[in-house]
Design a protein around this ligand. Structure first.
Ligand SMILES: *Cc1c(COP(=O)(O)O)cnc(C)c1O
Length: 371
């Protein structure tokens, strides 16, 4: 029974469909409408619209995870015989994907110093097709001079991508700084629930969006409507959560800077961070993920610290409601120059818990590491 005068739901319907039925046989090969579930339905369109609005983009491709956003965008923009530049502070799965491209798909991938700035042009070759950035690096928190890199790339006709998972489209707006595609693990802040995997590539121009979407379509990259709905639901509260989490993170980072156990706090919003100037120039917020370098701790001390935490969970990821910690040294692999620090690096993802609970938890950790 249809009731055309019924008030409508706030949110779009989750249509679970592979098959769509046509009223007329003449319509089955239409190209101006969606004809099959893999191409995305109402909830996918709504989520794309929200992500495009967040980043100020002209197009959006959804992917089943953050890693698949990176792989889909990279393969949409480059192919066999092309040279792809990848930042040397990229996180592990991006590095492994870059090496797989080189080994299996005939691309030349080369890592570049995250602090290269305009000097990146020295690495350009006639076949350089794209640059993949991550700013800040989600393990070691160096920032790129993004406008310098995108200006050099534009002069040379090279496409640029930036993994904006840390900034969530709120602390940083890559497209405003000339980046062609902002890549997201929507798994993190947009979802906010630590219960779904999803990715997105938001493109600055329809042309870049078309190249990425064409690859996604032909490669069979598809997203479940339930997953898309979960992320859309999370995005309703993204701004409020992010604001609260970044405020707690900055407060914790400042508190940690004064601890004698801490040699360095890697948070670009602190004036002690080497890239704080770039942060002030280009960023709109401080994020909720940062790291500390603890002064000369042994591995046993790091493990004692982490095992004493009762509020902060031990786990990869970030952007959820719950705080997390992880020891990063085993994955701090570099190609261009080695990672050097005065001690082990512990990464903290700040959630929505009361700040006093987090401080008390870290104090428990420091006490356990001292014995
Ligand atoms: C988590 C993460 C990804 C990958 O997201 P998944 O959804 O887990 O595949 C990509 N980039 C960064 C910086 C991340 O932190």
């Amino acid at each position: 029974m249809t009731r055309p005068d019924r008030p409508r739901p706030v949110n779009p319907p989750v249509e679970r469909a592979s098959t769509l039925l046509f009223d007329r046989a003449e319509d089955v090969y239409r190209t101006d409408v969606v004809t099959y579930g893999r191409h995305g339905l109402t909830v996918h369109d709504e989520l794309k619209r929200a992500l495009m609005e967040l980043e100020g983009g002209a197009a959006c491709t959804l992917t089943p995870s953050g890693v698949s956003a990176i792989s889909t965008a990279a393969l949409g923009l480059c192919g066999a015989g092309d040279h792809l530049l990848v930042t040397d502070n990229a996180y592990g799965p991006t590095r492994r994907f870059a090496r797989l491209l080189a080994r299996r798909m005939g691309l030349e991938t080369e890592f570049f110093d995250p602090r290269a700035g305009a000097d990146i042009a020295r690495l350009f070759r006639p076949n350089t097709r794209a640059i993949l950035m991550e700013s800040p690096g989600s393990l070691t928190f160096e920032l790129h001079d993004v406008p310098a890199i995108t200006a050099a790339a534009q002069d040379a006709g090279i496409a640029t991508m930036l993994d904006d998972t840390w900034g969530a489209g709120l602390a940083f707006k890559p497209l405003d700084h000339g980046v062609d595609a902002a890549l997201h693990a929507a798994t993190k802040f947009p979802s906010g629930g630590s219960d779904v995997l999803l990715g997105a590539a938001v493109s600055r121009t329809p042309e870049i969006g078309e190249r990425i979407q064409t690859f996604a379509t032909h490669f069979g990259v598809a997203v479940s409507p339930d997953d898309a709905y979960m992320v859309l639901r999370g995005m309703r509260s993204l701004k409020a959560r992010f604001a609260r989490q970044q405020e707690s993170a900055l407060a914790l980072a400042s508190w940690l800077r004064d601890r004698r156990e801490v040699a360095l706090v890697l948070h670009p919003g602190l004036d002690s961070h080497p890239d704080h100037g770039l942060w002030r120039r280009d960023f709109l917020g401080g994020g909720a993920l940062f790291a500390i370098v603890v002064r000369g701790w042994s591995e046993a001390q790091v493990l004692a610290f982490l095992n004493a935490l009762t509020v902060i969970g031990l786990g990869f990821s970030y952007g959820g409601f719950e705080s997390l910690a992880i020891w990063c040294d085993p994955q701090l692999k570099r190609e261009v120059g080695p990672w050097r620090a005065e001690g082990p690096l512990i990464r903290l993802a700040v959630g929505l818990e009361p700040l006093s609970d987090l401080v008390a938890d870290l104090e428990r950790g420091f006490a356990a590491a001292a014995v």
